[in-house]
Design a protein around this ligand. Structure first.
Ligand code: FAD
Ligand code: NA7
Length: 498
């Protein structure tokens, strides 16, 4: 029977990292099971196999971002000569059910695809919630409450995280999070987005374009951890060009039910005494995420967790070797749940694959968590890799850092008769032949532009190799990277004129 069986690998969590790890292990002929269980949100939203990225993260987010960006073209098409397309901006609204159905149907097709892939790879899929009994055994609880003990020689914990709620009256009762937003059947209407994280700004960006009256409430700064100049340009574009409302230095203190299904949010500002309030149809909290470690009973398996972050601590004393080991033998952690990792899908996938290859194929390749590029999908996209300017100054010393920068105007923007400038900067280490240590791009399709440069930067490319020895592709935005020549230090106006 099943209970007597000892798996080679049991993966807890069928998200980006868990599925990749399980599939890689199965290639080597191992007996593998994946447990995945979605605890419904407080609003009873639930979804299928695939984890955060597929269901409530990257995929629905990018689809909604893209659909929202179509607005710019529709709104400005007449500027380029498309007379019949002339629309009044205020009458331009998304039909939310049509949009959401397309997004949700695509996600459901991915859920199905993941199930088929597990079956084809002879991986057992167990739709149950795992918790540890001891270092060799977990208890799996299914939706009906049925319990089953499962034993394995190796465990990989890939449970990811879930959005947080603030500890204020009414938040949990009346607020939603990104776990609900992508599965809404109807428009959220007038929305307050609480938080300054990339998730908050991305959601605010597409909601505003969809015609929702959108306000972002930031208690300190937006995009903490990102380059300050770039972060400010992102929010300035949202505020000044897109007219998205921002309330800075404010924190909500209570949500109460107002008239006709609306919610009254009260907040206080850091600098002004007294409280302010407004009515919203939807309150979206995007204030960070909690790792799903509390219910795993990790102490029973001697897996150590950081008491503050609740993330799993690496049991390795090196940042470059076996980061994914935990404090317990034969138990590993990958993805968002691992302290010291990077919370991105391709990171979870790569770490999972490499771990399976080390465990079951005697390979030695380690996950390298350095120089991982990412993109914030705000109305103007912001893509970056490597150090921020602040980090470079701090780590290398201000005098050892050369920053090349320029403002540029993509032809897509010119064609629509728009004025918006885009911006990029390349940060170089003067003492290492101007090796590129950071590249930041604010513009259309910034993520698409950055990927190739990120590969070069990962392999130590220098300023002169990119900018003196590479010929651009004309006319593109990407060529502005290879044309960078104005340093910040020179104080020459970096606005390109021709
Ligand atoms: P997850 O994908 O979260 O999977 C964990 C799975 O484990 C879930 O299915 C969960 O239900 C399940 N689980 C939890 N506890 C248990 C248990 N006890 N038993 C069984 N199953 C359990 N990353 C990018 O690279 N690009 C983006 O553009 C991007 N956009 C994002 C947008 C949003 C709104 C969010 C929230 C995240 C975004 N991310 C993005 C981050 C990305 O989604 C995560 O980094 C990635 O999904 C992490 O993968 P994971 O395998 O660690 O965990
Ligand atoms: P982050 O990066 O942890 O950001 C959380 C944001 O929410 C941040 O702007 C916080 O402001 C804000 N926050 C946190 N608590 C509150 C409360 N109680 N009220 C108002 N605002 C609050 O979260 P993400 O989930 O977006 O990102 C997770 C990681 O993924 C991130 O580190 C990236 O590397 C990738 P603060 O700055 O603390 O004032």
């Amino acid at each position: 029977s099943n209970s007597a069986k000892i798996y080679d690998l049991v993966v807890i969590g069928g998200g980006s990292g868990g599925l990749a790890c399980a599939k890689e292990a199965a290639i080597f002929g191992k007996e593998v099971a994946v447990l995945d269980y979605v605890v419904p949100t407080l609003k009873s939203t639930s979804w299928g196999l695939g984890g955060t990225c597929v269901n409530v993260g990257c995929i629905p987010k990018k689809l909604m971002h893209h659909i929202s960006q179509m607005r710019d073209i529709i709104e400005n098409a007449h500027e380029a000569g498309w007379k019949q397309v002339s629309v009044k901006p205020e009458s331009l609204q998304i039909d939310w059910p049509t949009m959401a159905t397309r997004v949700q149907n695509y996600v459901k097709s991915l859920n199905w695809g993941h199930r088929v892939a597990l079956r084809e790879n002879k991986i057992e899929y167990i739709n149950a919630k795992a918790k540890f009994k001891d270092g060799e055994t977990i208890v799996a609880t299914d939706i009906k409450g049925g319990e089953k003990e499962i034993k394995a020689k190796n465990f990989v914990i890939a449970v990811g995280g879930r959005p947080k709620y603030p500890d204020i009256p009414g938040a949990k009762e009346f607020g939603i999070t990104s776990d609900d937003l992508f599965w809404l059947k109807n428009t959220p209407g007038k929305t307050l987005v609480v938080g300054g994280s990339y998730v908050a700004l991305e959601c605010a960006g597409f909601l505003h374009a969809f015609g929702c009256d959108t306000t972002v409430m930031v208690r300190s700064i937006a995009l903490r951890g990102f380059d300050r100049q770039m972060a400010e340009m992102v929010t300035e574009h949202m505020e000044k060009e897109k007219k998205i409302k921002f309330i800075y230095g404010a924190e909500p203190i209570e949500v109460i039910q107002g008239d006709s299904g609306k919610y009254r949010v009260k907040w206080k500002k850091e600098k002004n005494p007294g409280e302010m309030s407004d009515l919203f149809d939807t309150v979206l909290f995007a204030i960070g995420r909690d790792p799903c470690t509390l219910e795993l009973n990790l102490s029973a398996a001697n897996v150590s967790v950081d008491p503050n972050t609740k993330k799993i601590l690496s049991g390795s004393n090196s940042k470059t070797v076996d980061m994914e080991k935990t404090s317990a033998p034969n138990i590993y952690a990958i993805g968002d749940v691992l302290q010291g990792g990077v919370e991105l899908t391709p990171v979870a996938i790569k770490a999972g694959k490499l771990l399976a290859r080390r465990l079951f194929h005697k390979e030695t390749a380690q996950m390298n968590y350095d120089l991982i590029a990412t993109t914030v999908f705000t109305p103007l996209e912001y893509a970056c890799v490597g150090m921020t300017e602040e980090e470079a100054s701090c780590k290398l010393g201000e005098n050892n850092v050369e920053v090349y920068h320029c403002y540029f105007k993509p032809l897509e923007i010119v064609a629509m008769g728009q004025q918006q400038s885009c911006y990029m900067k390349m940060i170089c280490d003067i003492n290492k032949s101007e090796k590129v240590v950071g590249l930041h791009i604010l513009g259309l399709n910034a993520g698409e532009i950055l990927q190739g440069f990120a590969a070069a930067i990962k392999h130590g490319i220098t300023y002169s190799q990119i900018c003196l020895n590479t010929i651009g592709i004309h006319p593109t935005s990407a060529e502005e990277v290879v044309k960078l020549h104005i340093t910040k230090r020179s104080n020459i106006d970096p606005h390109l004129t021709g």
